[in-house]
Design a binder for this molecule. Structure first.
Ligand SMILES: C[S@@+](CC[C@H](N)C(=O)[O-])C[C@H]1O[C@@H](n2cnc3c(N)ncnc32)[C@H](O)[C@@H]1O
Length: 189
């Protein structure tokens, strides 16, 4: 059983989205240090969140986003139960879709977040399929890009074929977080 499931099972009262956020934010793991940034950039935005597991990124987006739609190739029942209660109490818009990120139709969004299978081929295929549905002014955010060099290769290949996209940020800490925008590259990958 995951640490968050144990904490959830022994909770004293109803958990809200901020409670899930705080649990993950202070867990001191490989995504904790990216959560404030993800929450900040997604305020009022429509987010497509690829890769759920226990919903750390989902919690970061849900604290302020207009809507979050999460995809995972696994059913993720354990983690979803925790969110079902919180989104109802907070009246937040969250939808979970049990599907492969490469088998869903692209959907318009402001933030596309990719954190699935950490290979170059996978991230290249996801970027190629979904990038055009990201609004002008929107961002593509990918986790674990420092830990997996093949992901950086996949992103570089995508950018070389889609020169309207460039690297806005590449954070090297906490396994890496890379942010693409429609514009020139501001940072090296
Ligand atoms: C690293 S975890 C995601 C972590 C999550 N973003 C978080 O912050 O807690 C990767 C997740 O991606 C899912 N996954 C792997 N390949 C996928 C695919 N092709 N489509 C959708 N989800 C996928 C896995 O089932 C797993 O739950």
């Amino acid at each position: 059983m995951s640490n968050i499931q144990q904490a959830f099972d022994s909770r004293k009262g109803v958990w809200r989205i901020k409670d899930i956020f705080d649990f993950h934010r202070f867990a001191n793991d490989d995504f904790s240090a990216h959560m404030d940034y993800c929450a900040e950039i997604s305020k009022g935005k429509r987010v497509l969140d690829m890769g759920f597991r226990w919903g750390q990124s989902t919690a970061a987006f849900l604290v302020g986003a207009k809507s979050v739609k999460t995809f995972d190739i696994n059913e993720c029942l354990e983690g979803r139960e925790i969110f079902d209660e919180a989104v109802e109490v907070d009246k937040a818009y969250w939808e979970f879709v049990w599907k492969d990120s490469l088998s869903v139709d692209p959907e318009e969004c402001d933030i596309l977040f990719i954190d699935t299978d950490h290979t170059g081929d996978q991230v290249y295929a996801e970027l190629t399929l979904h990038h055009a549905a990201v609004n002008d002014g929107g961002l593509i955010v990918m986790h674990d890009t420092q830990a997996f060099s093949s992901m950086r290769n996949g992103i570089r290949q995508f950018i070389s074929e889609n020169e309207q996209w460039g690297v806005l940020k590449h954070f090297v800490h906490s396994n890496g977080l890379t942010v693409l925008h429609r514009g020139r590259s501001e940072e090296a990958l």
